[in-house]
Design a protein around this ligand. Structure first.
Ligand code: NI
Length: 240
């Protein structure tokens, strides 16, 4: 079930069956010369919708904007400051907790959100003791990262990766981009100011080769992630 395609009556009926909800969260940020600006939230949302087709679970509205300060030297990136994102998460969870939702399972598409989400949860737990939150960073799942290693080896890199680009190609084949890519350079993984980020990673990639991505790979990532993360959700819902 998708929250935004449901009525309040359907949400009320769902809450009689379950207190769990999946929240896709990502970012609106540059992803190199061929990656879509929406890559991170598209990946999270696509997987969440896939899980909702195989399980009786409510998928909530996607948080499309995350903390992307370091990408703001590239046009199109939109960022929430860490403190803002914490407040957004707090209000989002407080809203849903009011109706009886208790287990919040975030499918996350953006590394820059992780520490901020954890910090927000610390505050939320002291305010709402019945609430539990979990983060599934889709790209680090055991089966997903195994597939990425098999397909791309060390050309997977760290940002604008072929695996995430492949998943967006599968989700939006009409938006596949072509561009000449500079030879692969090794990534230092250092992240400081937006200006420094652009100087270190001039085309926005971090050690990745997204030219390896295909729609077929994207379909595989989708299927593997839906299974793997769907099982994680199930465990989260049944644990004490
Ligand atoms: Ni990304």
């Amino acid at each position: 079930m998708l929250l935004y395609l449901s009525t309040w009556l359907e949400v009320e009926a769902y809450l009689q069956r379950s207190r769990g909800i999946i929240i896709p969260i990502g970012s609106t940020e540059q992803h190199g010369p061929t990656g879509l600006i929406g890559t991170d939230f598209i990946c999270a949302e696509t997987i969440a919708k896939g899980i909702s087709q195989t399980r009786d679970v409510m998928v909530s509205s996607t948080l499309t904007i995350g903390m992307a300060e370091h990408h703001t030297a590239f046009p199109g990136t939109i960022s929430l400051r860490p403190s803002t994102l914490m407040l957004v998460l707090r209000d989002y969870i407080h809203s849903l907790a009011r109706y009886g939702f208790e287990r919040f399972f975030f499918i996350n598409g953006h590394g820059g959100n992780i520490n901020i989400m954890r910090s927000a949860f610390c505050e939320i737990y002291s305010e709402l003791p019945q609430v539990r939150c979990q983060i599934a960073n889709w790209w680090v799942g055991q089966e997903v990262s195994k597939l990425a290693r098999e397909l791309y080896g060390d050309r997977e890199g760290f940002h604008a990766t072929p695996s995430e680009v492949a998943l967006t190609m599968y989700a939006y084949p009409e938006a596949i981009k072509q561009a000449e890519l500079a030879p692969l350079s090794s990534s230092t993984m250092k992240i400081y100011s937006p200006q420094d980020f652009r100087a270190r990673y001039p085309d926005g990639r971090m050690g990745s080769d997204p030219s390896l991505a295909t729609v077929e790979h994207g379909k595989k990532f989708f299927e593997v992630a839906v299974t793997e993360i769907g099982e994680q959700y199930q465990r989260f819902m049944t644990e004490s």
